[in-house]
Design a protein around this ligand. Structure first.
Ligand code: SAH
Length: 249
């Protein structure tokens, strides 16, 4: 059989958010490759080998996937959310570009998934209803100075913002600095949404005015969404709705 690599997103956690297209390709896979906690979400079955690996070995994992496909296997590379958002699709293409020319003949496709930003935004209402940007707050793969520049310019341009990887134990100071920059650049009442474990059984959604935010409100299981100056809150008995109107005058 001709080998194939499908780079797929398995959504934010709930199985109902895995697309039928991704479920079909997983049902036909011989090998699933990915970061341990994502591979653990795949149901084992006869004929399927699960290859979980550590977080920091994206290029090795990509080469392994391409090599297995070159040997004729049906390989699925899994990412949480969407594979094109701070995830494996770009890593596989980096490995492809640097690898043997024969890999260019492989069948490779990218199947989208529901990214954490959109799952979080849907739970809060429509905070990303107007222009917005997404920033990965981890400085593992880029210098902190670049993150800081993008934060300041995004605030100046009045984008709503979505932050991935906001605060890890190994770099707690980054999110503290992020909040300082925002407090300096945006109004005190700016709504900030801390959406943790979205679509999982222990999901929590907190909406906090910027002036009352503290660094400990986020961790690596949290998506942080920051409204623009236009973002509004509708208070209701069942809980607030945060939205950014479609038009700005
Ligand atoms: N490819 C993924 C993002 C990988 S970066 C996607 O498209 O969603 C990992 C970061 O995504 C986490 O640190 C967290 O900020 C966010 N994230 C992923 N799943 C989440 C969930 N269920 N709830 C809240 N945030 C989540």
């Amino acid at each position: 059989m001709t080998g194939r690599v499908s780079i797929v997103g398995i959504g934010p956690g709930n199985d109902a958010m895995v697309t039928p297209q991704v479920a079909d390709v997983l049902a036909q896979a011989t090998d699933v490759v990915g970061y341990f906690p994502y591979v653990e979400r795949i149901t084992p079955r006869a004929g399927l080998t699960l290859h979980g690996s550590d977080n920091r070995v994206e290029i090795d994992r990509s080469e392994h996937a391409l090599q297995m496909a070159a040997e004729g296997r049906q390989v699925v590379v899994v990412s949480s959310g969407d594979p094109g958002v701070f995830a494996m699709a770009a890593a596989v293409f980096e490995a492809l570009e640097a690898g043997p020319a024969a890999w260019l003949d492989l069948h490779i496709d990218v199947l989208p998934g529901i990214t954490a930003m959109l799952a979080a935004s849907a739970r809060a209402g429509a905070p990303l209803g107007h222009d917005f940007c997404a920033i990965n707050l981890s400085d593992n793969l880029k210098p902190w100075a670049l993150i800081e520049k993008r934060l300041r310019l995004a605030a100046e341009a009045d984008f709503a913002m979505a932050f991935y990887n906001p605060r890890s134990k190994s770099r707690p100071e980054g999110f503290e600095k992020t909040l300082e920059i925002l407090k300096d650049a945006c109004g005190d009442d700016r709504p900030v949404i801390f959406a943790r474990n979205v679509s999982r059984p222990d999901e929590t959604i907190k909406i906090v005015p910027l002036s009352q935010t503290t660094p400990d409100m986020a961790d690596m299981r949290t998506m942080v969404l920051v409204g623009s100056s236009q973002t509004r809150i509708i208070e209701r008995a069942q809980g607030p709705i945060v939205y950014t109107p479609r038009s700005v005058s």
